[in-house]
Ligand binder design. Structure first.
Ligand code: NAD
Ligand code: 022
Ligand code: ZN
Length: 375
């Protein structure tokens, strides 16, 4: 069938809006009408050509929400009419990783997903008779897409698509990093580096976890008001303090009898390896945990003195906030509908598909928190 899509034909070129062909779902696949999609950094990373694993031509987008329109043979967990959020981290519940209960990184379709293909090794999209690759198993920059059954989370039907699409990446990543990865406890002191679409969700996750002190760090002064809006208690602009950042932060977290200082938890939401080091070193000796969320440029390396780890700081990372998509994403949608978490104010721009390249410009210039394309 004909579908409207923003196609990435070549690295470094804008997306082109085209009518492309989409084949129906094969066994254990579902076709979804995408109603809304967020624009996130990885899409830009791949489009720019900086991602060595980027494949072209492809249909990008991994932060969507929509409705199941057709199911392939053998599909039992969803039916036409169900509202779903595509998952770039699937949940098969059968592979060694899913069964381990120690990771959310399901391996069932990992090899083909990374190659831009469906699990049977082929693509459902084509343009002028030539295949177009899928992206992160989602390809939400098309008004219809085909996904493996294990890569859709069924969600309640009264939730608005133009808001819950953000749960497909940013919201779940930020909140999940706090709850699943760091397991922050009430009263904790935390530092969030980078207050963009991920960092602000870490902040609201910390508020949900009842953290006491939530320090936000950003070089963009406009982000102070944004952080405060979601529960940040202190703001630090490294460009304005006139001293080294790490000792400054450690000093801020000193309290009462504890004159050592350092945060119980820190989060890198920048993807900058120097910031990752600062985040680790701003942790409390003996127990501080630093979570890497930001994705660094390909080939980048992190460094610190081993002493930092020998003295009990823990460096860890997270993908999709450690969330098991089919299990956890519907719960996060409920939290949004029950007003436990906020999404609406973070969606700063709503665009039609024809303006999708403007959404990339806004993200690039730091003018948006999230742009959402509605079909
Ligand atoms: P964003 O561009 O909206 O926000 C980044 C923020 O960091 C900006 O406010 C910027 O001013 C700030 N910043 C930049 N350099 C800084 C510095 N040196 N010190 C302090 N602040 C600095 O990006 P985002 O959408 O919030 O995404 C953040 C990162 O998270 C990206 O690398 C993205 O790829 C990654 N991410 C990871 C996952 C995952 O599963 N691990 C999921 C989604 C996004
Ligand atoms: C989403 N991300 C950044 C912004 N929005 C993002 C990017 C990569 C990952 C997670 C989130 C990620 C972390 C670890 C992995 N990925 C590897 C997972 C594995 O090997 O099992 C990752 C994922 C998907 C893809 C590539 C890398 C892909 O589909 N191409 C989850
Ligand atoms: Zn994303």
């Amino acid at each position: 069938m004909d579908v409207r899509a923003a196609v990435a034909f070549e690295a470094g070129k804008p997306l082109e809006i085209e009518t492309v062909q989409l084949e129906g779902p094969r066994p254990f696949e579902v076709m979804v009408e995408i109603k809304a999609t967020g624009i996130c950094h990885t899409d830009e990373f791949t489009l720019s050509g900086a991602d060595p694993e980027g494949i072209f031509p492809s249909i990008l987008g991994h932060e969507g929400a929509g409705v199941v329109v057709e199911i392939g043979e053998g599909v039992t967990s969803v039916k036409p009419g169900d509202h779903v959020i595509p998952l770039y981290t699937p949940e098969c519940r059968q592979c060694p990783s899913c069964l381990s209960r120690k990771t959310n990184l399901c391996t069932a379709i990992r090899a083909t997903q990374g190659k831009g293909l469906m699990p049977d090794g082929s693509s459902r999209f084509s343009f002028q008779g030539k295949p177009i690759q899928h992206y992160m198993g989602c390809s939400t920059f098309a008004n219809f897409t085909v996904l493996p059954e294990i890569a859709v989370a069924k969600v309640r039907e009264d939730a608005p698509f133009d808001k819950i699409c953000y749960i497909g990446c940013g919201v779940t990543t930020g909140i999940g990093a706090v709850i699943n990865t760091a397991k922050v406890e009430p009263g904790a002191k935390a530092i969030v580096f980078g207050l963009g679409g991920i960092g602000l969700n870490v902040i609201q996750g910390l508020r949900l976890a009842a953290a006491d002190m939530i320090i936000g760090v950003d070089i963009n002064p406009d982000r102070k008001a944004w952080g405060e809006r979601f529960g940040m208690t202190h703001f630090v602009n490294p460009k304005e303090i006139g001293t080294d950042l790490v000792p400054y932060l450690v000093d801020m977290t000193k309290k009462g009898a504890d004159q050592i200082g350092g945060a119980d938890y820190t989060f890198d939401c920048t993807g900058n390896v120097q910031v990752m080091r600062q985040a680790l070193e701003a942790c409390h000796r003996g127990w501080g945990v630093s979570v890497v969320i930001g994705v660094a440029p390909s080939g980048a390396e992190i460094a610190t003195r081993p002493f930092q780890l020998v003295t009990g700081r823990v460096w860890k990372g997270t993908a999709f906030g450690g969330a098991r998509g089919r299990t956890d994403v519907p719960k996060i949608v409920d939290w949004y509908m029950d007003k436990k978490i906020e999404i609406d104010p973070m969606i700063t721009h709503i665009l039609p598909l024809s303006d999708i390249n403007r959404g990339f410009d806004l993200m690039h210039k730091g003018e948006s928190i999230r742009s959402v394309v509605v079909y």
